[in-house]
Design a protein around this ligand. Structure first.
Ligand SMILES: Cc1cc2nc3c(=O)[nH]c(=O)nc-3n(C[C@H](O)[C@H](O)[C@H](O)COP(=O)(O)OP(=O)(O)OC[C@H]3O[C@@H](n4cnc5c(N)ncnc54)[C@H](O)[C@@H]3O)c2cc1C
Length: 411
């Protein structure tokens, strides 16, 4: 290792969560705050998401992604944050030591605290088990936007869009702006994932939406030439297209934590296990933003970054309760995850709520219990990729030895 530098807080990733946290840490009087970003420019995903809505609650105005990213960078720099781009963190060691690959060679950073804000990514083709050929032109939304707005080239003219999460609308908007004409949107489930009326958007743009339809195979020698679809009754049909845009099915960008035996990773959220302060299983490490769970909006991640920065500042001032005793939170199927995964029995403020998601639609009563008695209940319809929030204000949560969360009636 060539060089070693020391700091109070090292932030890994310069998206909305990382930059808002770094800014808040400086504003809270933390001295040396460094942000490390692997890309040539800071700002995270919004840098290449050239449409609104960004920034309404944070800055009181509707912005495009690049403008919002610039605003976050400017705020961090004005607060005295040291942002280092082209710095890729490659290993996390116990106690806050990091290895980085930089244009000047390897770097060791020793931080009193480390904040992981590495975001989330869409599932690529390799993890989706789609059969057929392996031609060029099968990409995710973030890659499309990066090609259009950062590299200024169109990867295709008439792609098939797969998926109807909120991000698929971002894909449709990006295609429209670039003059790309998607041939169809397909969704394997009987209903679109994003909320009505947003799901009307592709149809309003003249793009057919096929529900109950799977992408069965991709064809093409060099470039994509067509796809085979499996419809509701299993019937196969072929559509000509020159690309496939695989949207959504996000997973946390937690590979650094997965390679670090001192950090526990939650199978449900795919992110690091944290308490209500965003503190990981190694107490020198914290996490915020979409690395905690796929996926929330930029504004949510930005606010979460600030909240967790407040906890880190308190920790550095020896004012945060230790994680020596924790209340584990267990979720039952069809719940997918709960973030945080555990609570420290303390009323010191941190994240204000538990964040939950289901893997399939459920109509019923969601209940939090201490194993003996119900502590909290909510009835209704719960849909995949929609927020489920449980407020953390009830002191009974903190006197439990463990919390169980599940549905009273089955789906
Ligand atoms: C296509 C798309 C469209 C979207 N549209 C909207 C929208 O219109 N409005 C909205 O509110 N939200 C939108 N979102 C969601 C929003 O972009 C995210 O919620 C937000 O960017 C999350 O912020 P973050 O800080 O958690 O992570 P990110 O913005 O993902 O930032 C993570 C950063 O960490 C860096 N990084 C990762 N690993 C390392 C490493 N090892 N070393 C150094 N750096 C690393 C990455 O390069 C990246 O810059 C969209 C998301 C996508 C994918």
């Amino acid at each position: 290792m060539n060089t070693e530098i020391h700091c109070d807080v090292a932030v890994v990733g310069s998206g909305p969560a990382g930059l808002s946290a770094a800014t808040a840490l400086r504003q809270a009087g933390v001295n040396r705050v460094l942000v490390f970003e692997r890309e040539p420019e800071a700002g995270g995903i919004p840098r290449h998401c050239a449409h609104p809505p960004y920034g309404v609650r944070e800055y009181g105005r509707l912005m495009t992604g690049p403008r919002y990213a610039q605003r976050n960078v400017a705020a961090a720099e004005a607060a005295g944050v040291d942002i280092r781009t082209r710095h890729t963190v490659v290993a996390l060691h116990p106690g806050g030591a990091l290895d980085l690959a930089t244009p000047d060679g390897m770097l060791r950073v020793v931080a009193k605290r480390v904040l992981l804000t590495t975001g989330a990514r869409e599932t690529p083709r390799s993890a989706r088990l789609i059969s057929g050929d392996r031609p060029v032109g099968v990409i995710n939304t973030a890659t499309l936007q990066s090609a259009l707005y950062l590299e200024h080239f169109k990867p295709f003219e008439a792609p098939l869009i797969v998926g109807t999460e909120l991000v698929s609308l971002s894909a449709v908007m990006s295609c429209r702006r670039a003059g790309i004409r998607p041939v169809a949107v397909v969704e394997p489930n009987p209903r679109p994932t994003a909320r009505w009326p947003l799901t009307l958007f592709p149809r309003l743009c003249g793009i057919p939406l096929h529900l109950n339809t799977e992408l069965a195979a991709i064809y093409g020698r060099e470039r994509v030439e067509g796809v085979q679809l499996a419809g509701p009754d299993g019937a196969r049909s072929t559509i000509a297209c020159d690309g496939v845009l695989l949207t959504g099915r996000f997973t946390s960008e937690s590979s650094l934590a997965r390679l670090a035996p001192h950090l526990s990773v939650d199978a449900g959220s795919s992110g690091p296990v944290v308490d209500q302060y965003g503190r990981c299983s190694d107490p020198a490490y914290y996490a915020a933003g979409n690395v905690l769970r796929p996926i929330e909006t930029a504004g949510w991640s930005w606010r979460e970054g600030r909240a967790i920065a407040g906890c880190i500042a308190a920790d550095l001032a020896c004012d945060l309760p230790a994680a020596s005793e924790v209340i584990p939170i267990h979720v039952q199927s069809p719940l997918k995850y709960c973030v945080p995964q555990r609570l420290v029995p303390s009323t010191h403020s941190g994240l204000a709520e538990l964040q939950l998601r289901v893997v399939e639609p459920v109509r019923g009563t969601l209940m939090v219990s201490d194993g003996l008695r119900p502590l909290w209940r909510a009835s209704g319809a719960f849909l995949p990729e929609r927020r489920i929030r449980v407020p953390l204000g009830d002191p009974a949560f903190l006197s439990a030895t463990a919390l169980d969360i599940g549905f009273e009636s089955s789906p």
